[in-house]
Design a protein around this ligand. Structure first.
Ligand code: XUL
Length: 573
């Protein structure tokens, strides 16, 4: 193991230390519920105020988690003094409101006392809105209208208005808690908050994470004046808001300074240990491997995300474009679904239970997915089945909770009714839900993919599809995703534990510290690509592209899109 150069990626919960050759040296974890659930009254890390749709977290818990995760790292024997650089990641969109004592307090932290003891008084608001917050419908309507419609807002900022996006959250803070807004000297995102603690000074926003705010003009590379005016309540409020937001360095590898003396004295970090910008958890995830343009990551957890690195900027209200965290001129394309694993679980639970000696609770579900033909079409003349299964209100498309089933005869779409002659079984649902999750991703990414240069005979599609998260362990899901989405080089399981974003943070720190200067400066892909080994990190789980299946699903994309618009128009009326 090479201890010469160590870099450290930290999320709210996980710290990973890697060596120059990317081997993992040490890891430690804090679990919000297990470690702090009782003290901070959180469940699944959050508190909920149902009446207002607020989902939030005590900032003190995050502060305490930093000390705890570092203490655990040191206990495990991590050579803290050899850590050369620190970066990390945090949930996107979440915001921290610092008061005017914050900067001075951060600069003079005393290593004999805990962070919690010292940072207790530096917040204008003791909570941080969590990314699941949905209290901002009014503010979303205002943001969408302000530039002339959701498409216009997406053109400028990369996304239409979303409840969780920080601009709408700040606007609500000013309206709902004006005294907090007034008392706020600086606003951080979760990522820049963590960087600030390590730096001992309020750190600027990261160039990728700032694009999750609905406030940053992506092509102009600066704040959008009109959106600032909306948020600040008029032109006269803009200078004060700009002060709260700070400046944004456009280089994702910027060295912000060295680690605060608090960490050198309390945990043994070296004085020269450098801090680079921390980024969002999704941007950090695309840094956990050398993700080339045309490669996609599909995260199959409780919710689902689809991430791609692309040089094409084609914004649309139903998805997100964000600046790539390390590569100027590239973007992270992201689809973020609320319904993923839980929705599949509901369908699974409607199937007969597997036999008592069957250990895999997914056995029957998987059997149904594999034994049901695409779209449940067994023979010529069978109607194709399409469905939407949303036990939670969905983001993509933005629709209330519900289940919808449709059939398609090759030219027209009809809503399925139980009294029709078509037989729709629970086994078919298992196939149709997995297909529908993948079809939604194919529909929305189809204009971003092109032919894979090494296989020009194949239609445009992702080159590799990397699956992560709980669902990636399920071979039937891998197979169905390969059927629908293709994958010119196949479908792979990305096997970096549950820590892709912490690992991506560590790779970012390594790149920032070792990329060199001037003409010699290496891009993230060059540096990490040369050191990264497939072996042990990824495993091929499906061949991906299959001509017949790829065409079958391509032929129903239009019908799938029409089904979504019908569901949306009924929901609106
Ligand atoms: C992305 C999003 C979530 C959080 C999760 O827009 O809101 O994926 O980043 O931490």
């Amino acid at each position: 193991m090479n201890f010469k150069q160590l870099t450290y990626g930290v999320t709210k919960r996980i710290a990973i230390v890697i060596a120059s050759d990317l081997t993992v040296v040490s890891e430690a974890k804090v679990d919000f519920d297990a470690d702090f659930g009782a003290k901070y009254a959180v469940k699944k890390g959050v508190r909920i105020n149902e009446d207002e749709g607020e989902v939030y977290q005590p900032v003190a818990m995050w502060v305490e988690a930093v000390d705890l995760v570092l203490a655990r790292l040191r206990e495990k024997g991590c050579p803290m003094g050899q850590i050369k650089g620190v970066s990390g990641s945090g949930q996107q969109h979440s915001s921290v409101y610092w008061n005017s004592d914050a900067e001075a307090t951060l600069k003079s932290l005393d290593p004999k006392h805990s962070l919690l003891d010292q940072l207790g008084g530096v917040f204008a608001y003791e909570f941080a809105p969590n990314w699941q917050d949905h209290s901002t419908q009014k503010e979303c309507d205002d943001f969408d209208a302000h530039l002339g419609g959701p498409q216009k807002l997406a053109d400028v900022s990369g996304s239409a208005a979303h409840h969780r996006f920080t601009g709408t959250q700040i606007l609500r803070m000013r309206r709902r808690r004006p005294q907090v807004y007034e008392a706020t000297a600086r606003i951080s995102l979760c990522s820049s908050f963590l960087a600030s603690v390590f730096l001992g000074s309020i750190a600027p926003f990261d160039i990728s994470d700032v694009t999750g705010m609905n406030l940053w003009d992506i092509s102009a590379e600066t704040w959008n004046q009109k959106l600032l005016e909306l948020t600040a309540g008029g032109e006269e409020g803009v200078p004060a808001l700009r002060k709260k937001l700070g400046e944004v360095p456009t280089d994702g590898g910027v060295i912000l300074g060295t680690v605060s003396p608090y960490f050198t004295q309390r945990f043994g970090f070296s004085e020269g240990c450098r801090i680079t910008a921390f980024t969002g958890d999704n941007p950090a995830t695309i840094l956990s491997l050398p993700l080339r343009p045309l490669d996609a990551i599909v995260s199959l957890g409780t919710s689902s995300t689809f991430l791609m690195n692309t040089p094409n900027y084609k914004p649309d209200p139903s998805y997100h474009f964000m600046n790539h965290p390390t590569t100027k001129g590239h973007y992270m394309f992201m689809l973020c679904y609320k319904n993923g694993g839980l929705a599949r679980e509901k369908v699974r639970d409607a199937l007969p239970k597997p036999a008592a000696d069957e250990k895999d609770p997914w056995a029957n579900f998987n059997k149904s997915v594999l034994e049901t033909p695409p779209l449940d079409v067994h023979k010529d003349g069978d109607l194709a089945k399409l469905g939407l299964y949303f036990p939670l209100p969905e983001i993509v498309p933005n629709v209330q909770a519900g289940t919808w089933r449709y059939t398609h005869d090759g030219s027209s779409l009809s809503e399925y009714s139980a009294s029709s002659s078509t037989n729709w079984t629970s086994e078919a649902d298992a196939r149709i839900i997995v297909e529908s999750q993948a079809l939604s991703m194919r529909l929305r990414s189809q204009n971003l993919v092109s032919k894979t240069p090494e296989r020009p005979e194949l239609p445009a599609q992702p080159r590799r599809i990397y699956l992560v998260g709980g669902g990636s362990l399920n071979p039937a899901i891998a197979r169905a995703f390969g059927d629908v989405l293709g994958g010119a080089e196949g479908v792979y399981r990305l096997d970096v534990g549950g820590n892709a974003c912490a690992l991506g943070g560590a790779y970012k720190a390594l790149w920032a510290c070792e990329r060199g200067d001037g003409d010699e400066q290496q891009s993230f892909d060059e540096l990490i690509g040369a050191r990264w080994k497939e072996e042990g990190n990824v495993q091929k789980v499906d061949d991906g592209y299959r001509e017949k299946e790829y065409k079958i699903y391509g032929d129903v994309l239009g019908a799938f899109e029409e089904m979504e618009s019908r569901v949306l128009s009924v929901a609106k009326n």
